[in-house]
Design a binder for this molecule. Structure first.
Ligand code: IMP
Length: 186
C-alpha cells in the first residue's frame, strides 16, 4: 500500500512510517499548503487530504493528518491551534499551568485517507496523560518533553520514538486506518 502524505512535517512522516512499516509513505509535492481553518482535528485533516487529492497523481491514495494537544485546565486549548499557539509553546504552557493542580491533557490525531476515486476513510487516535512540571527528554517533537502518558512516569521525549511508534495518538490512528482499509478490502 502506498500513500502520499499531504504534510511537510518531517516528524509526522517519520512517525507514520515507523507506525506502519509495511506501508510506503511519501510526501506530497505541492506548491503551497492549504489554509487550516477547520474547527476540529478531523476537519483540518480532511482539508489537508483534499488539498492532497487536488495535487496528487489521480492513481495515488492521499493522506491528511492533523494533531495537537488539549489541556483540560485551559478548556481544551491549544487544541487545533497547537502549532500556532505560541512560539515558545513549552515555556508558555508551563507558565499557563503554574500552580494548577489539574494537569490532565491528551494528544489527538485525526487521519483522513482519500482513495483515487475520492472515497474517504477517517479515523482518530488519542493518548491521555498530563503535563510535567518541567521538560525532560530528547526524542520526539513538539510538546513531547512535557507530556507524561497515563501509567508512565517518563515524558514522551524520554520514552522515545520506539515507544511512540507503538503507543502514540498518531500510531493508534494509523493502526485504525490500516484496520479500516483491511476490513473494507480496499
Ligand atoms: P499541525 O501541523 O497543525 O497538525 O500541528 C500539530 C502541532 O501539535 C505540532 O506542531 C505540535 O506542536 C503538536 N503535536 C502534534 N503531535 C504531536 C506529538 O506527537 N508530539 C508533540 N507535539 C505534537
Amino acid at each position: 500500500m502506498r500513500l502520499v502524505l499531504a504534510s511537510r512535517n518531517p516528524n509526522k512522516l517519520r512517525e507514520l512510517r515507523a507506525a506502519l512499516p509495511e506501508w510506503e509513505i511519501d510526501v506530497l509535492d505541492a506548491p503551497e499548503e492549504p489554509v487550516e481553518d477547520g474547527a476540529t482535528f478531523l476537519e483540518n485533516a480532511r482539508i489537508k487530504a483534499r488539498h492532497g487529492r487536488a495535487h496528487a497523481e489521480p492513481t495515488e491514495w492521499v493522506l491528511g493528518e492533523d494533531s495537537g494537544i488539549e489541556v483540560d485546565a485551559l478548556g481544551g486549548r491549544p487544541g487545533v491551534e497547537s502549532a500556532r499557539w505560541s512560539r515558545n509553546w513549552i515555556e508558555d504552557l508551563l507558565k499557563a499551568l503554574a500552580g494548577d493542580a489539574d494537569r490532565r491533557a491528551r494528544y489527538r490525531c485525526a487521519l483522513v485517507a482519500l482513495a483515487p476515486d475520492g472515497r474517504e476513510i477517517a479515523v482518530a487516535g488519542a493518548l491521555e496523560g498530563e503535563i510535567a512540571l518541567a521538560p525532560r527528554g530528547e526524542e520526539g517533537f513538539g510538546y513531547d518533553p512535557i507530556f507524561v502518558p497515563c501509567g508512565e512516569s517518563r515524558t514522551v521525549a524520554e520514552l522515545g520514538d520506539a515507544w511512540k511508534a507503538k503507543h502514540s495518538h498518531r500510531a493508534r490512528a494509523a493502526r485504525a486506518l490500516a484496520d479500516a482499509l483491511v476490513s473494507e478490502r480496499w
